[in-house]
Design a binder for this molecule. Sequence first.
Ligand code: CU
Length: 198
Amino acid sequence: MAAPVRRGRLIAALVGAVTLLLGSVVAVVAASGAFGESTGSGAYAMVRGFTSDTSTRVPELPGTVVNVSLGNMGGAMMGGSSGMGIGAMFLSADRATVPAGTVSFVATNIGSIEHELVVLPLADGVAPGSRRIGGGNKVDETGSLGEASNSGGAGAGEGITPGASGWVSLTLAPGRYEFVCNIAGHYADGMYTVLTVT
Ligand SMILES: [Cu+2]
C-alpha cells in the first residue's frame, strides 16, 4: 500500500514542478512582451501625456485640422543617460483622409530632438518612404506645398523644439500627399506618412 502513495506524491511533486516551470516561462514571456510594448506605444503614450503640458498656444486654425505627432524613441524621453541614442523616429497624423480645401496642420514635437513637418505631393502608386535620399541625408523638397517648422508659430522656421508645436494652413487639391520630416537623416529613420485628400 505504501508504494502507490509514494508514487502519488512523486507525481504530485512533478506536476507541481512543471506547473512552477510553466508559470515562470509565462511570466518571462509576459514580461518581455510588456517590455517590447513599452518601447513602442507605452513610451509614446507617456510622451503624449507629457506634451499636454506644452507651453505652445495654438491659435484657432481654419479648415480641417490635422494633428501631427513628430517624435523619436530614446534620448531625453528615456532618461537621457540610458545610452540608447535617438532611436527610431516617427511621424503620425490623427487622420488619413481629409476633404479638399483648407487644411491646417498642427505639428507637435513629442520627441527629444528638433523635428519639422513638410508637405510634399505623392504620386499615385508611389509608396510613402520611398523618396530618394540625396545630399545632406535629405529628400528633395521640390513641389513642397508648405511646412510647419517654426517652434511656437506658423510656417517655416528653424525646426520645432521638443514639447513645442508649429502649424501651417494650406489649400489642398484632391490627391495624395506625403508628410516628411526633412531634418538630416530623419526621413531615412522613418519620419514620413501619407495623407489622402478627397
Ligand atoms: Cu525629425
